[in-house]
Write a protein that binds this ligand. Sequence first.
Ligand code: NDP
Length: 290
Amino acid sequence: MMDSRKMVFGVIGDPVAHSLSPPMQNYFMKKLKINGVYCAFHVAAEDLESCLRGARAMHFTGLNVTLPHKQAAARLARFASPQVDLLQVANTLSFEDDGSHAFTTDPNGFAASLGREQERFAGAKVVIFGAGGSARSIVYALSQLGISGLTIVNRIESKAALLAQFCLQRLAMTDVQAVSPNHPDLDLFIDQAAVLINATALGMHPLTGETPLQKFTAVEKKHFVYDLIYNPPKTRFLFEAEKRGATVRNGLEMLIHQGLKSLNIWMQENFAMDENTLSELKSLLSGELQ
Ligand code: NDP
């Protein structure tokens, strides 16, 4: 029921129509008996500043921020968490009496989504495809997980080099290299790695036929292969890796975990994820994707 005490939440992005955040957050609110409603708002880049002023003026409780606003939101917020200061991206805004506070829940969402597979990361070498905004959050999470070496593969090599520099200078990582997708030693780097991660848009709807890796001969049973994409649920990257015997995981659990972490920030709570909730949400959101 709508009443004047209902808290208002939302996600802003461009495009945003297909976001899974509204069904997910409204599920959480119902389950956790929170008197709130969560909607998707299509906001163009030139309207972001006035949107944030309006959201605060109308006493919205919080917003999630998705492409292309993650960097601008970090800049425009009055206060930034230490992670936002470091990464210069925000996916969560909380509106308080003293102004807007920016957070990012992507790194923790990624780490939480690994479950038992987290054990594979300490001391391991990792190959990540992509050097965009989400890759920045993932490399931060990887540094916290104690990996021993990182290869960043990106179409625009200069962006991979910038991210590698960030890892070395700001995350105190020591063994980091940036390469192009056709580097002659890519198979060797894959062979030396325990984990491969796709943080590019390749394979995501509508680029479903595409994959950041062209040749899977170096992928084996020993590899844990993760794709941030969840639509489609099994990208060509995951499909080919699974065919080679690797353990694979898509980005749906990361989405769910980062969403709950945002809700915890807004509500100043510590709601925990349980197996039942995770499985109900996975099936609800998988249904939304069809
Ligand atoms: P960005 O736009 O910041 O980065 C896009 C990345 O994809 C860049 O590395 C870019 O390479 C690469 N890329 C895009 N198109 C091509 C192409 N045609 N050929 C080669 N490389 C390409 O996006 P994000 O980092 O925010 O998002 C990346 C992916 O992660 C998306 O699929 C998104 O849906 C997913 N994601 C999932 C989340 C989850 O919760 N599961 C959370 C956040 C993101 P280049 O630099 O060379 O252009």
